[in-house]
Design a protein around this ligand. Sequence first.
Ligand code: GLN
Length: 456
Amino acid sequence: RIAAVDGAVGAFLDVDADKALADADAADAARREAAAAGEPLPELTGVPTAVKDLIVTRGQVTTAASRILEGWVPPYDATLVKNLRDAHLPILGKTNLDEFAMGGSTEHSAFGRTANPWDLGRIPGGSSGGSAAAVGAFEAPVAVGTDTGGSIRQPAAVTGTVGVKPTYGTVSRFGVIAMASSLDTPGPMARTVLDTALLHDVIASYDPLDSTSLPDAPRGMAGVVRAAQAGAELTGLRVGVIAELDGGEGYHADVVDSFHAALALLEDAGAAVETVSLPHLEYALDAYYLIMPAEASSNLARYDGMRYGLRVEPAEGPVTAETVMSATRGAGFGDEVKRRIILGTHVLSAGYYDAYYGSAQKVRTLVQRDFAAAWQQADVLVSPTAPVTAYRFGEKDDPLAMYKLDVTTIPANLAGVPAMSLPSGLSDDGLPVGFQILAPQRADDRLYRVGAVLEQ
Ligand code: GLN
């Protein structure tokens, strides 16, 4: 399937079919052995998986879609990759992304863009656009992405797939190339809520190698989905519609219509739907675009042309640490990455720290308090996943226009809460629309319960 369609879709940066086939054979043997021993392996054993190229894989090139890491072969596995290998999920290959996960369209990869399988002239979302397109184009049954400000949920929405950003800290960041460490959350992507849950159960784990890992990662999501499918009702569940994200300027009319149609389905299933206000969401986007570049500028300081990855010596003049760093970073980073490093170092600089970074952190606390108050009124919160459907390549050339589309997904990252996007039908012009569900920290099971009922 990859050979047939990936020339047009461009979901993968690297495919290792021979290794995946060998791993699939090994999975078969392991499954038989485990069954004979009375200790069956996870249901996904043997199911090939696509992995976002922000996640390091031992012995397989990992680039973050950046020239600065072109050809880099990691000497170790990310913890979540180790979890995949322990469960014998063969890794099909590494998927494309916006460079260092900065973007919402996968147009900002140093190695070419990925197309949306629904319309090859449109973006697959981002930054996990390769993972979403691979799943949407039936090139992989399941995939792993990462979500710092919406990079799992928004690509899932615009490709008609399911994506979950788990509770921050429940899927290890060890070996996930850092963008903004206080926001980065790896998570599962698939075509159904059940498949997403099965992958969630494989990758979530406590990890002493990640200092922000939570000791009690919620597991057993597949069981939650099956129970919800059998019951098919949500009697008494309080669903809060986020007032600040319920349409208005910048929202496509079909997105809003689809969202309201899904709310009616929730009511039919017995849920009590009411509107809940989170007043500080108005400032969430601005806070994110200060905190994220600040953390990214610090994280990306490691690409210095000395330790690993690209090294470029200056064309003329003395070869010093500073000139090598400058030449390497000048050649190795793309425009969007440079923009964010400059922004991040600016907001962290002595004269501006309090005004920008300090204020943004205060806003983050206010957003977290809004969520804490909202959970008194609702068991889950809902909104459209993205204000618009997949746009055409080049349509959002202005960075601010692209940033603004993240308004619906960013709040969950600032608060660290889990969130799911699942398909809620098509727009009039035949493009997928996503429905977003948010739950309190560690209550990822609620996403799967509501998602499973909605999907039916
Ligand atoms: N689109 C957002 C950004 O550009 C989110 C990226 C992400 O989640 N990795 O920052």
